[in-house]
Design a protein around this ligand. Structure first.
Ligand SMILES: Cc1ncc(COP(=O)(O)O)c(C=O)c1O
Length: 463
């Protein structure tokens, strides 16, 4: 056993003896020398264990008298053997049991919001995690800039300029824990906003607007993007769009519409566009399309993106680029949520970006996801009369419309028989008249891609 384990073990044992009442408050505790001899442990091991007990208040020292046991009733003790701990272990076990539905066959899921974790450069990331906790990072223990770590905001500004054509100063960037949180913040920054949102759209947007009782109109999405003609029927001042890869349809807004949308915003001082560029890192076919923000010369685009796709979804880190003219409104906002991402994580991601690892990771993942998408599309191509693929240019999802007469219920019934999990598109679009599914492929390992795709064909093809 290493020295570290020895002193931690000793500390745990002594602590437990105090908690269990083997020592009473004010009892004299054994001297370090006596214990060292009794247990045949080195002075250093005893010294470290006593120091922990002293630091946590289980014992105290009296000059020239030795160590005594404290009144532990006053300590916030967390007893590792308490029934509460057992309870939470059981909870975890039963949670896993819920996942296991008793059917031993493997579920073949086309889940959304999963990345391919196998390719994540854990070793490099771990290095930046270690660096972030080095002694000279003590400043990271304090509350820092409410907008986020400066180094990270600088890296994001560089990255956005180089990869998406977004021009901004790090001062305009705000780090948040999710896209949803940042959209919520934007609705606080805008004056009396009334929204146009895409129909169908990313569900959190409706949730936020409903909750805050903000007026909105749902505008249909065509293959070229949101239907701008509909804007003429109302006089709303904000629009939320996902131009690079519309969620959930996967359509890409064309340049003409992008220009028209910017012109619409420029027609009034109060108008703003919220551009959610959530998976733009992964565009596989055709020319890269710069962000809408890059076409804007009049500070009309509020740009939002996330690390959920480009790094990993559980890191909970997204970023907002405010036009300069809205920065002061943000500064003056009272009761705003800030510092929602731990500074250490921000530091890790900043170092990861600064070292070039982020760019290398994206380049690698773009190839991985492109190969997966190509495999699925190529395998489905012979069935294109029955299955229409849409939105398969970018990101980690596409849609599949079933055109062979099978009903949604029939498809779902057959999916069950093939242990296939697919999400019906009407989850996002209540008025849908077609039989359509939204399929996420990012998280399916290469080794299982064929099995998944075959299950899809066996389920949806009508022989
Ligand atoms: C349109 C859209 N925006 C943003 C996100 C990511 O959100 P978050 O940053 O909260 O993980 C997603 C995730 O799938 C999305 O579909």
């Amino acid at each position: 056993m290493s020295n570290q384990h020895l002193y931690l073990n000793l500390y745990e044992n002594l602590k437990q003896q105090i908690i269990e009442g083997q020592y009473q408050s004010e009892d004299k505790f054994p001297s370090k020398r006596a214990l060292s001899q009794h247990l045949s442990l080195s002075n250093t091991t005893i010294e470290h264990a006593y120091q922990l007990l002293l630091d946590e208040g289980y014992i105290y020292s009296k000059p020239r008298s030795g160590y005594f046991v404290s009144d532990i009733e006053t300590l916030p003790i967390i007893n590792r053997n308490s029934p509460h701990m057992n309870y939470s272990i059981n909870q975890e076990t039963s949670y896993n049991n819920i996942e296991d539905d008793g059917n031993n066959a493997e579920t073949l899921a086309f889940n959304l919001s999963e990345i391919d974790a196998e390719y994540f450069p854990m070793q490099q990331f771990r290095k930046y995690a270690r660096d972030a906790f080095e002694d000279d990072q003590l400043s990271l223990l304090q509350r820092t800039n409410p907008k986020g770590e400066w180094q990270l905001r600088q890296e994001i500004a560089h990255y956005l300029f180089n990869s998406r054509g977004v021009t901004c100063h790090p001062e305009q960037i705000i780090i948040g824990s999710s896209t949803e949180q940042l959209i919520n913040l934007v609705t606080d920054i805008l004056k009396k906003p009334q929204f146009y949102i895409e129909n169908p759209s990313y569900p959190p947007i409706k949730k936020i607007l409903d909750k805050k009782q903000i007026n909105y109109k749902q505008i249909s999405v065509e293959k070229t993007g949101i239907d701008l003609d509909e804007f003429k029927k109302h006089n709303y001042n904000a629009v939320y769009v996902t131009p690079s890869h519309q969620f959930p349809t996967g359509y890409v807004m064309n340049l003409k519409k992008r220009t028209q949308l910017i012109q619409w915003a420029q027609q009034s001082e109060q108008r703003y566009i919220i551009e959610d560029d959530y998976d733009s890192e992964f565009r596989y076919f055709g020319k890269p399309i710069p962000a809408l923000q890059s076409l804007d010369t009049k500070d009309k685009v509020i740009y939002i993106s996330t690390f959920s796709k480009s790094l990993y979804p559980s890191c909970r880190m997204a970023y907002l680029v405010l036009p300069k003219n809205l920065s002061s409104r943000y500064d003056k906002l009272s009761n705003k949520e800030s510092n929602t991402v731990p500074a250490h994580l921000q530091k890790m991601v900043a170092s990861f970006m600064e070292s070039g690892s982020f760019e290398r990771h994206l380049n690698k993942m773009r190839k991985v996801y492109k190969a997966k998408l190509k495999f699925i599309i190529d395998t489905l191509t012979p069935y294109q009369e029955q299955l229409e693929v849409n939105g398969a240019f970018a990101g980690m999802h596409f849609t599949l419309t079933v055109k062979n007469g099978l009903t949604l219920e029939e498809c779902l019934e057959r999916a069950k028989e093939h242990n296939l999990k697919i999400i019906p598109f009407n989850v996002y679009d209540n008025d849908l008249s077609e039989v359509k599914f939204i399929l996420g492929f990012g998280g399916i390992p290469f080794s299982k891609l064929e099995k998944h795709t075959n299950a899809l064909i066996n389920t949806l093809i009508n022989h």
